[in-house]
Write a protein that binds this ligand. Structure first.
Ligand code: RIB
Length: 299
């Protein structure tokens, strides 16, 4: 089976439902506090594994209670955690997640043990990277570590999907040869340096990234759907209509589901449609990993 290797973060999400997201200096009364497994890398691994992918996750957790439950959540979804590291005496990563009634959220993270995943930790996994059918990275790990993973994949001809979240500017050299770049609107603006105010701006910004060597740009636009841009043109895939309760992890569900389908089918449009269904399913209940579908849920 095609192997998906995901290098990234695992966080304990401290989740609070609020009527509206507080403005600076404002206090709002929340409810339904829960601690749930999250982190962009772990979320994407869980989504891909639940949807039929053979997935290995590389990350770093602390030797605390949060770390144990993050490992358990990955294993329970069928993710191989044999390369998951533990940083002694370091707290696991956490994310403070506030979700308002519309389903929109606001997130602040503390990297914790995620920040201990070093480039040298990736060097020793060169053989594992070389065996992957797809490598997926995001930006919640140290940037030098992400860069090393991309270099190793590139030198071994392994296709890479980069989800540049949370948004950070990068050198053009990072983009060269990427099989898939999957930003949201905000991340697209950061990477391209262009404002995204109108629908036409998306194609202009994406074409700039294609010119830097990306093969396919897939822009996730929430309820506006997905824009797929490559040398053949642009396709807009409308989003399934659902009542959103919590959008936390919807982008991660999209990435994991896309990877699972693409590794089976090598069909980008079909993988996008599948990933949209998975992401739509995920926003109908609370939590990042808690709301992600299994294959049977999408039948
Ligand atoms: O993408 C959603 C994730 O972002 C949350 O699970 C949180 O941990 C942050 O990393």
């Amino acid at each position: 089976m095609a192997k998906i290797l995901i290098i990234g973060s695992a966080n304990a999400d401290l989740m609070l439902a609020v009527p509206v997201l507080p403005k600076p200096g404002e206090t709002v009364r929340g409810r339904d506090f829960v601690v749930a497994p999250g982190g962009k890398g772990a979320n994407q691994a869980v989504a891909a594994a639940r949807l039929g992918g053979e997935v290995s996750f590389v990350g770093c957790i602390g030797d605390d209670a949060f770390g144990s439950s993050l490992r358990g959540a990955l294993s329970d979804s069928g993710v191989d955690v044999s390369h998951l590291q533990v940083a002694a005496g370091v707290a696991s990563g956490i994310a403070m997640v506030m979700t308002e009634a519309s389903g929109e959220n606001s997130i602040a993270i503390s990297g914790g043990a995620n920040d201990r995943l070093m480039p040298e930790d990736i060097d020793v996994l060169a053989a594992l990277i070389g065996q992957a059918s797809l490598l997926i990275c995001q930006f919640e790990s140290p940037m030098a570590t992400v860069e090393r993973a991309l270099e190793l994949a590139r030198s071994r001809g392994v296709p890479v999907l980069l989800n540049p979240a949370p948004a950070r500017p990068i050198a053009d050299s990072w983009l060269d040869g990427l099989r898939f770049l999957v930003p949201n609107r905000h991340e697209l603006a950061t990477l391209s340096g262009l404002a995204i105010n109108h629908p036409g701006d998306i194609e202009v910004a994406a074409r700039q990234l294609l010119a830097s060597g990306v093969q396919t740009v897939i822009v996730t636009l929430g309820r506006d759907g997905v824009a797929h841009i490559d040398s053949a043109g642009i396709t807009i895939h409308p989003a399934p209509v659902v009542d959103a309760v919590d959008t936390t992890g919807a982008g991660d569900t999209f990435v994991g589901a896309f990877a699972a389908h693409w590794c089976r089918s090598a069909d980008t449009d079909a993988a996008i449609a599948f990933a949209q269904r998975a992401a739509a399913f995920s926003v109908t209940s609370r939590g990042a990993q808690a709301s992600m579908p299994w294959l049977a849920d999408l039948d």
